[in-house]
Design a protein. Structure first.
Length: 89
């Protein structure tokens, strides 16, 4: 009986862990896709994508277009760097 319970707990833990990994992967794919589009016209694309993905992960949104439209995502708009300038491209 004890082995059945332990096996059940292990299977449940595996299922729970895999569902969290799938959600995290889906979010990162969403951010990567949206940020690639947002930074498509940036002069320094790798830096733009890096900061965009950081902002997307925290805010769960990316404004549409390649520039502006930050009113669509207030969290993204209001995030500042250590110097008080906008962090998100």
């Amino acid at each position: 009986m004890k082995r059945v319970f332990v096996a059940f707990v292990l299977v449940f833990a595996l299922l729970l862990t895999s569902s969290f990994l799938e959600t995290a992967t889906a979010k990162s794919v969403y951010c990567a896709h949206k940020c690639k589009a947002r930074c498509s016209k940036a002069g320094v694309k790798d830096r733009c994508v890096k900061y965009c993905e950081l902002c997307c992960a925290k805010c769960k949104c990316v404004p549409s277009g390649t520039y502006g439209n930050k009113h669509q995502c207030p969290c993204y708009r209001d995030m500042k760097n250590s110097k008080g300038k906008p962090k998100c491209p």
